[in-house]
Design a binder for this molecule. Structure first.
Ligand SMILES: *[C@@H]1O[C@H](CO)[C@@H](O)[C@H](O)[C@H]1NC(C)=O
Ligand SMILES: *[C@@H]1O[C@H](CO)[C@@H](O)[C@H](O)[C@H]1NC(C)=O
Length: 429
């Protein structure tokens, strides 16, 4: 287990950054010196970290130079314009090519502990022609798990601590590096509405609230959340693997006025834009709250007004999901659902990403989901930009074990894969 310093030591040296914490980098306004036994090491222009060791005079001089110059100059863009994934009207442009793109979801890839496994999976995605991978950029815990267990942020008392150690964000670094190597583009999100991997609920006690509804509006929760966003973005600000930053997985605010989420999405997307002027930003919601047949998903009861949110200036594209079983609608409901969103994307001239979809009955995977894919692809000239099925399944190379089967999993090399990946990629062309 990496050095987690005792609370008493933190209290004694409150003006110094904790072990493994950030201590510098462009735009950093926090502590620039580290606790005893640690020294502030420059990782890159954007990020310096407290690592074990004693500060050499030359190192602190370097740090001061970096900090001083960054206050004068705006954050430079080290990423070539053509390497930035962007919106091009209602489509996506990736590596200079504007077209419809297919991809998938892997919430778990950043939690794997073997670098070769991650490399192997990215290589499989590349050879399959899947271009976009959505991953969990969060893993929040209320108490520090056993040695080696991966987590990204912990909460204790009234503080949040970001884990930048080997079982922390360094695992996400491996994902980003492998994605760069294989040309895979990542949607990286920052918090979960649900309690899987912590979610907003992991923040509750530390920021003194007790519901998601409060979380969106409580200043202390939002400061912690923005601080987390900043540390993730500062690591990958110039990576060619970033497709988009995503505010949350499936944010909802049940029974709230839709202005609550719209304000939060505006505030957060503006904040992200202030840190990164290059990459796309999206909300990550399920697509509720729009004109349609009046069934549950179209209603506004989960606090979402989809068009209002997509119209926000720093939101680059819209997301929607589709789970007929969870929503008590028929599988064929999906067709109207796709076109209803595409229509709004066309109106606002922003891309629509069909970001998650699944049916629970395994025998339905191919016939039902391939119909949705065809609907979505057919709408590529009228708002649809891409789709990501939920979820990726693989056999982990180092253990020979299959990844989580939640009933929606499509395993690499299976007949479902042929249907939903090989055929779909061929149809896209
Ligand atoms: C997700 O958000 C909705 C609406 O706020 C809420 O009802 C639900 O409980 C949330 N999920 C969790 C696990 O907090
Ligand atoms: C987008 O975010 C930036 C950075 O916070 C902000 O300056 C700008 O006003 C926002 N754009 C619009 C059009 O509101």
């Amino acid at each position: 287990m990496k050095a987690f310093i005792l609370p008493s030591i933190i209290a004694a040296v409150a003006a110094e950054q904790a072990a493994w914490g950030q201590c510098g980098g462009s735009g950093w306004t926090g502590e620039t010196t580290c606790v005893v036994g640690y020294t502030c090491q420059v990782s890159n222009e954007w990020y310096s970290q407290c690592v074990p060791g004693n500060a050499a005079p030359s190192a602190s001089t370097t740090l001061e130079t970096v900090v001083a110059s960054s206050t004068a100059a705006p954050v430079p863009t080290k990423i070539a314009a053509a390497a930035i994934s962007k919106a091009d009207g209602t489509k996506f442009n990736i590596d200079g090519v504007t077209k419809y793109y297919a991809g998938t979801n892997s919430y778990w890839i950043g939690f794997l502990t073997n670098d070769n496994d991650v490399d192997n999976i990215m290589s499989q995605l590349q050879s399959s022609g899947l271009k976009i991978l959505r991953v969990w950029g969060f893993n929040d815990v209320k108490s520090i798990p056993g040695s080696g267990t991966v987590y990204f942020q912990s909460f204790s008392g009234s503080t949040a601590t970001i884990n930048t150690g080997a079982n922390g964000l360094q695992r996400l670094d491996v994902v980003v590096k492998a994605a760069e190597k294989y040309g895979i583009k990542l949607v990286i999100n920052f918090v979960n509405n649900w309690t899987d991997y912590g979610g907003m609920a992991a923040y509750f006690s530390a920021c003194g609230i007790n519901s998601n509804e409060q979380w969106y509006q409580a200043a202390k929760c939002q400061t912690m959340y923005q601080n987390y966003i900043k540390s993730v973005i500062s690591r990958y600000r110039t990576s060619t693997a970033v497709f988009a930053w995503e505010l949350a997985n499936e944010p909802r605010c049940k029974g709230c006025a839709t202005s609550v989420l719209t304000s939060w999405i505006r505030k957060t997307s503006d904040y992200i834009r202030s840190l990164d002027s290059d990459h796309m930003i999206t909300a990550g919601d399920e697509g509720f709250g729009l004109a349609g047949d009046g069934s549950y998903p179209y209603q506004f009861g989960e606090g979402i007004n989809w068009e209002d949110n997509l119209a926000l200036p720093n939101i680059s594209f819209g997301t929607f999901h589709l789970y007929p079983q969870s929503w008590s609608v028929s599988n064929s409901f999906g067709n109207g659902w796709v076109t209803a969103h595409a229509k709004i994307c066309q109106k606002l001239n922003k891309p629509c990403l069909f970001e998650e979809y699944g049916v629970t009955n395994a025998a339905d995977h191919c016939p039902v989901e391939s119909e949705w894919q065809k609907m979505s692809l057919a709408a590529k000239e009228s708002g649809m930009a891409g789709d990501l099925f939920w979820q990726l399944g693989v056999t982990i190379k180092s253990t020979g074990q299959q990844t989580h089967n939640d009933g929606h999993t499509i395993y690499y090399g299976s007949s479902d894969w042929k249907c939903l990946v090989d055929n779909h990629v061929k149809n896209i062309g």
